[in-house]
Design a protein around this ligand. Structure first.
Ligand code: GDP
Length: 309
């Protein structure tokens, strides 16, 4: 668990999030870039749209040396049914990616405010510094002002900064550094982000942050294991938001490698995994120990859109 880092990425559309994640994947030899998977992803999105289930959060798993970095995409400015809170609760840090020319955009304020409110210490990535009109110092000041605006604490204002060009595949901790590769960004993530806390020996507690839909397997429940461990085939309890309880069997269990799910036999506290075997599960539900069920506190929902599912 001490080698795991769970982070969420916040970026305005077009500020280079997809390209940066692709760069991190290719420099870590993690398979399957966005471009390779684009078609397949579009297919599955179509399917989800048909069924009325939309994926708001996606998970990318990247192996860097002996570390596993899970990067969760946050939904944009719109918050449906508490999705933003659930994603932010799963992670130990947020990466704010900002275009070095455009600066922070109002649309990212919403998610950033929630991240700061939850006590996260963001890492700021000033991206696209290769742009001829890039103005990284000014943009950094704009980000600082935004944090002040959002009432960040002194500690949050003392954020780590990395300058990057996702498209050219480099990052640096200081503007004058030699642009080589993305190692400075990997290093900052490993150094700055706390490993997940949680007790693998305690009763299982996994809160569902988001759902995928698989044509053959049905609902795929994605979330972080806060405590305990889970093994394929386990019988577990499901504690729902409405206070009811049920039992089910974990039919399959996955981790994330690149943008793809990879089957695993077990997982424990700190991991972000996907499970199947739960027909009626909803975001916010807790999958927990059958003998010793411990529901996680409900996450406040801003908009009652869950009835759509
Ligand atoms: P996303 O919407 O945040 O996922 O952004 P994308 O990664 O799709 O990039 C949006 C556009 O910016 C594309 O045309 C990219 O080629 C371009 N882009 C991405 N990263 C960089 C960068 O580091 N430098 C420059 N100059 N362009 C970039």
């Amino acid at each position: 668990m001490k080698n795991v880092r769970n982070i969420a990425i916040i970026a305005h559309v077009d500020h280079g999030k997809t390209t940066l994640i692709d760069g991190l994947m290719s420099q870590s030899n993690t398979v399957a870039s966005h471009r390779q998977l684009e078609e397949r992803a579009m297919d599955s999105n179509d399917l989800e749209r048909e069924r009325g289930i939309t994926i708001y959060a996606k998970c990318t798993g990247i192996d860097w040396n002996d570390h596993r970095i899970n990067i969760i995409d946050t939904p944009g400015h719109a918050d449906f049914g508490g999705e933003v809170e659930r994603v932010l609760k799963m992670v130990d840090c947020v990466l704010l990616v900002v275009d070095a020319f455009e600066g922070p955009m109002p649309q990212t304020k919403f998610v950033l405010r929630k991240a700061l409110g939850l006590g996260h210490f963001p890492v700021v990535v000033i991206n696209k510094i290769d742009r001829p009109n890039a103005r990284p110092d000014e943009v950094l000041n704009m980000v600082f002002d935004l944090f002040v605006d959002l009432e960040a604490s002194d500690e949050q204002l003392d954020f780590a900064v990395v300058y990057a060009s996702g498209i050219q595949g480099y990052a640096m901790k200081e503007l004058g550094d030699e642009p080589v590769d993305l190692k400075p960004l990997f290093d900052t993530i490993i150094e700055h982000v706390d490993p997940p806390s949680g007790d693998p020996e305690a009763p299982l507690q996994m809160q569902i942050a988001t759902l995928n839909y698989d044509a053959y397997l049905g609902r795929v429940a994605i979330g972080r294991i806060f405590n305990g461990r889970v093994t394929e085939g386990d019988r577990v309890a499901v504690c729902r938001n409405d206070g009811t309880k049920d039992s089910a069997r974990v039919t399959k269990l996955w981790g994330f490698k690149g943008l793809e799910r990879v089957l695993r036999t077990e997982a424990s506290a700190g991991d972000i995994v996907a499970l199947t075997g739960f027909d009626a599960i909803l975001p916010g539900d807790t999958i927990t120990d059958l003998e010793n069920p411990v529901p996680m506190p409900a996450i406040e929902v801003d908009e009652p859109t869950l009835s759509m599912i």
